[in-house]
Design a protein around this ligand. Structure first.
Ligand code: FRU
Length: 484
């Protein structure tokens, strides 16, 4: 592949060929950020699920490696995580000083191929003694079997205060996240259950539990429990004592890491260098139309890696997400507006489909204002702020190719408020051919949206439908491709 195909993201990771869904096994080790991912080695739609593999030194430039964990006769390799077993608790090391990497994943077992719906899901492990290049499936698998049809997506991490491994899994239909503990990654005992809570409108998948630092309170953090539910994600904030997670919000509170239609199955890195904030990567797609998006020879991409913090406002905590700093190395010379008043609509003096935009606005007191990207011929993806409702939305209904699926144009961003800060709205956006990520007010609200604009749709405009919107500053950087 050339990475020059129509709609191919230039700074988001996508596999050279074939289908991908969830990111798996995110782990940092010996200077490398590993990205494993759900992958079909045989084609461009879901099937033959296996773990493919890429590595990066900066979370921006990626190198694809050979298939890490292929499906086998009886089972597909579903989502999971990866740990660095520094103390060789698993005993997989073959000589002194060797450090195993251990992958923990769901084996999706179909005993009779003619009945694909009669499956069983159990948790398996595999290990690598060569920094993730080759993998051996453990002969004692499964390591956890509840004799359940749906029981999956293990996220494992080392819990230092209790000197043990913790595994979080989901019982998708029950809307439960389960916690298990282990001294050696091979034997697991049940600790507690969490849920149902929050959004239970769809099945739960891909859980994660991690500590997130609190902005402006050095050394302080809270526990965040994340999960996906069919078409979007949610998070809970609270405490974890090594056995039980306590949600500190009422059980019906729904908090979302992303309000766009295309952010799913997000998990965070294990084993990051001390002092580095947690990093979250999601799958930039939506099961409603995922297999129909008009791309070839690959299908689907990962979101940008995002650094996480929590922001405290009175007594509630909100996740703050920032695209990782290293992305700034891709910037070419920017074009800038300063102190400009917009009424109606005005074209910005730059173009492109691969760019970063930073803007600070004082929205008009009434009506809708915002930014159009991938704009031309009456088409655009529209990022808008509504003064009355204080909501930011992304509308892709009049972008390029929206016809490949009946639902695509109408699946839009979820609704949430983005209160102005001192009368101002900050928008930080990344357009990468077919993926738009918008970070509002320093990442308090994030919206990830796919669009499939024709190559000729490359304009940028600011608009204010009712009154004057002041652009304090607007800057657009063309971004260099990460694929040479
Ligand atoms: C989420 C998911 C996971 C599962 C994987 C299979 O997108 O359904 O629950 O492990 O995809 O590919």
């Amino acid at each position: 592949p050339t990475y020059k195909e129509a709609y191919r993201p230039q700074f988001h990771f996508s596999p050279p060929h074939n289908w991908t869904n969830d990111p798996n096994g995110l782990v940092y080790y010996k200077g490398e950020y590993h990205l494993f991912y759900q992958y079909n080695p045989m084609g461009n739609t879901w099937g033959h699920m296996s773990w493919a593999h890429a590595v990066s030194k900066d979370l921006v430039h990626w190198q694809s490696l050979t298939l890490a964990i292929p499906e086998d006769e009886k089972n597909m390799i579903f989502s999971g995580s990866c740990v660095v077993d520094k103390n060789n608790s698993s005993g997989f090391a073959q000589k002194p000083g060797q450090i195993p990497m251990v992958a923990v994943y769901t084996a999706h077992i179909i005993p009779d191929k003619s009945k694909p719906d009669d499956y069983l899901q159990t948790q398996h492990i595999a290990y690598s003694l060569d920094d993730g290049r080759s993998w051996t499936k453990y002969t004692g698998n499964p390591v956890l079997d509840l004799h359940k049809k749906d029981f999956r997506d293990p996220k494992v991490f080392w819990y230092e205060p209790g000197r043990k491994w913790i595994m979080v899994t989901v019982l998708p239909n029950e809307h439960i996240m389960q916690f298990h503990g282990s001294p050696d990654l091979k034997t697991w005992s049940h600790l507690s259950d969490f849920g149902p809570a929050g959004d239970i409108s769809g099945i739960w998948e891909c859980p994660d539990l991690l500590q997130v630092p609190i902005n402006g309170q050095p050394g302080k953090s809270k526990w965040v429990l994340l999960n996906s539910q069919q078409f979007t994600m949610q998070y809970f904030v609270g405490t974890f004592d090594g056995t039980v997670f306590h949600n500190e919000n009422p059980a019906d509170t729904i908090l979302r890491p992303d309000y766009g239609p295309d952010f799913y199955a997000g998990i965070t890195y294990n084993n990051l260098p001390p002092g580095q904030d947690p990093v979250l990567i999601g799958w930039a797609n939506n099961w409603k139309y995922a297999q129909a998006i008009p791309t070839s020879p690959w299908r689907s991409a990962m979101s940008l890696p995002r650094s996480l913090r929590l922001k405290k406002t009175s007594n509630t905590f909100t996740l703050l997400q920032q695209p990782v700093k290293a992305l700034q190395t891709l910037r070419a010379a920017p074009t800038e507006w300063k102190n400009k008043d917009i009424s109606k609509e005005e074209a910005f003096p730059a173009k492109g489909q691969v760019l970063e935009l930073g803007a600070e606005l004082i929205p008009a007191k009434a009506g809708i204002c915002g930014i159009k990207l991938a704009a031309a011929d009456g088409r655009a993806v529209i990022i808008s702020y509504d003064a009355a409702s204080q909501q930011v939305t992304v509308n892709r209904s009049k972008t390029g190719n929206v016809d490949f699926d009946k639902q695509f144009a109408n699946v839009s961003s979820a609704v949430t408020r983005v209160p102005l800060q001192n009368g101002k709205l900050r928008l930080h956006a990344f357009l990468d051919k077919s993926i738009l990520e918008v970070y509002a007010n320093d990442g308090e609200v994030v919206l990830t949206t796919q669009l499939f604009p024709y190559a000729s749709l490359d304009g940028i405009a600011f608009f204010s439908e009712n009154g004057v919107t002041r652009i304090i500053s607007a800057k657009v950087w063309p971004l260099h491709t990460i694929w040479q």
